[in-house]
Design a protein around this ligand. Structure first.
Ligand SMILES: Cc1cc2nc3c(=O)[nH]c(=O)nc-3n(C[C@H](O)[C@H](O)[C@H](O)COP(=O)(O)OP(=O)(O)OC[C@H]3O[C@@H](n4cnc5c(N)ncnc54)[C@H](O)[C@@H]3O)c2cc1C
Length: 516
């Protein structure tokens, strides 16, 4: 096995325990990764650890939307929508145009439905106005026009539809690219490394004790400041700091299904279920993503999963607007669930903007949880600014300014990358256009590194499963450059094998062999 510098676990553990960091970030979901990236950009020595894989929890269980949040208009939160739109457009235009793609959304308006055409028409118009019509003008269209965009749309009782523009992504891939951006900026990161205790000096948290979940090695990290960005586990870590810490958050479970799609969809569906809830049916990875549920959750965050009842509810709710022929259980390829972190609960705490909960404990540890994937840079920046201005300035005064718009690695037009991958070889030996497109939209110019691997070993250009576009070069690249250490890291988060239902026992065995 060839291991690039930066992914050898023993080396990383030695590096982590060998010096004192300015900042230790516990939790490598998108929020922890964002703060790590910002802190590294400011010139700090920063380390980030995650008990599982990077983005292995909530950050790979989202609806994959980079959105302004049409729903927030319902509660009159116009300013929040405008801010979300700004960040959405920055991601799509400047930070990650190779990974974030535009998508039209259709809101069907049925006879007897919770919202009328006039209200929804005004809603989508305002929504698009709040992004200065950057994605076209929200408007009302006819049932016929809606059907042309969504072929599986139910038309019985359909009076009209509203349309608006947003964006979507593959959350796991955007997260790993952000980890890479943080490492490029100088951060040290390690996944599958669980914090089992906090180190204290004179009552202040000054580091953590860790256990490598893959081989049981115990080690420690020392730091001037510690950030707890453990999402649904945030209170668990707060209790490590102070056993009497009152709960700061509540959890709500959201489940999704991925289904095989029978026809191409040009748009997604946002179907109002009642006055407040919507059901999404989103074309994603050539499949259909359906969801989501919203139910209070009080169990162990590690145990969250999509249950049979969740699956039934999601299919029933999708059935308001999607024809039965597209909702057959045998077409489900994957089901998953994640936990929303909501402010509040007994012992109320300060809730900062965007439903992000930010608290400082008795030992000086800052804890952050909640908010949207879409605004991760904004939240990361806000948390970093808070850390930088803590009383006594524990991070010091000589922090470098952070550039406003540093792109994610691989920035390029995905069309250009796909074309180049395809034309780089002679006719007859060309990369399958579907594979080229898949690589271009999940790696940007890093796809050229994969192409080099294939030139050195043509077998790496083979598909891992004949029914999907993922190729062996991706698995090798994930192992050597993207911190993939387990089979699930590769099949679930670095590639799209699991979501497509293609992580067969044979595929898993071959990937396990590649990893050892
Ligand atoms: C159902 C659902 C749908 C959503 N859809 C969208 C959407 O479409 N668009 C959008 O903008 N937002 C969406 N969101 C919100 C978004 O997904 C979250 O805000 C975001 O992922 C939160 O990231 P995080 O880093 O705070 O948490 P997480 O991703 O959960 O990361 C926390 C990490 O901490 C680690 N950890 C825990 N304990 C320890 C320990 N002891 N030691 C080390 N590490 C530890 C965990 O392993 C985990 O990886 C959705 C959320 C849900 C639940």
């Amino acid at each position: 096995m060839t291991t690039a510098i930066g992914t050898d676990r023993a080396e990383l553990r030695a590096e982590l325990s060998g010096s004192t960091y300015d900042l230790l970030v516990i939790g490598g979901g998108i929020l922890g990764t964002s703060v790590t990236w910002m802190a590294a950009q400011a010139g700090l020595r920063v380390a980030m650890v995650d008990a599982g894989d990077f983005a292995g929890a909530t950050s790979s269980a989202s609806s994959k939307l980079v959105h302004g949040g049409l729903r927030y208009l319902q509660t009159g939160n116009v300013r929040l929508v405008a801010e979300n739109h700004r960040e959405r457009r920055a991601l799509a235009a400047d930070i990650a145009p190779h990974l974030v793609k535009p998508l039209t959304f259709v809101v069907p308006i049925y006879r007897g439905g919770p919202h009328g055409a006039a209200k929804l028409g005004a809603g989508v118009f305002l929504y698009s106005a709040l992004s200065v019509f950057g994605d076209g003008m929200g408007k009302v269209i006819t049932p016929h026009q809606a059907l042309a965009r969504v072929p599986a749309l139910r038309t019985e009782g359909l009076r009209a539809a509203a349309v608006y523009g947003d964006h979507q992504m593959n959350d796991s891939r955007v997260a790993v690219m952000t980890v890479r951006a943080a490492v490029d900026a100088g951060a040290i990161v390690l996944n599958h490394a669980e914090v089992v205790g906090l180190r204290k000096t004179g009552g202040s948290v000054t580091g953590a004790d860790l256990r490598d979940r893959l081989d049981g090695t115990e080690f420690g990290v020392s730091a001037r400041l510690v950030l707890n960005a453990t999402g649904p586990w945030v209170d668990h870590l707060r209790r490590m700091e102070d056993p009497d810490a009152a709960p700061s958050i509540r959890l709500s479970k959201g489940a999704h299904l991925v289904m095989r799609r029978h026809e191409p969809w040009k748009a997604a569906l946002t179907t109002p279920i009642d006055k407040y809830r919507v059901s999404f049916a989103i074309p994603w990875e050539d499949h259909l993503l359906l969801g989501t549920t919203d139910e209070a959750y009080e169990g162990d965050p590690a145990g969250v999963s999509a249950t049979e009842a969740d699956i039934t509810q999601i299919l029933d709710e999708a059935g308001h607007a999607v024809r039965d022929s597209q909702l057959r259980r045998e077409d489900i390829t994957y089901a998953f669930a994640g936990l929303r972190v909501l402010p509040g609960g007994p012992g109320q705490v300060a809730a900062a903007k965007r439903e992000t909960v930010l608290t400082r404990g008795t030992g000086g540890m800052l804890s952050v949880a909640g908010g949207k994937w879409t605004t991760y840079r904004h939240i990361g920046r806000h948390v970093f600014d808070t850390l930088a201005h803590l009383p006594g300035r524990p991070l010091g005064d000589d922090l470098a300014d952070i550039l406003p718009a540093v792109p994610l690695p691989g920035l390029a037009s995905p069309d250009a990358v796909a074309l180049r991958l395809w034309t780089d070889r002679d006719p007859g030996a060309r990369m399958d256009p579907l594979v080229a497109r898949h690589l271009a939209t999940h790696y940007g110019t890093i796809a050229f590194d994969l192409a080099r691997l294939i030139r050195e070993d043509p077998a790496l250009g083979e598909r891992i499963h004949p029914d999907g576009p993922d190729i062996w070069a991706q698995a090798v690249y994930a192992r050597d450059h993207e911190w993939a250490a387990t089979v699930d890291d590769v099949v679930r988060r670095r590639t799209t094998l699991t979501v497509r239902g293609l992580d067969t026992p044979d595929v898993r065995t071959r990937i396990a062999a590649l990893l050892t």
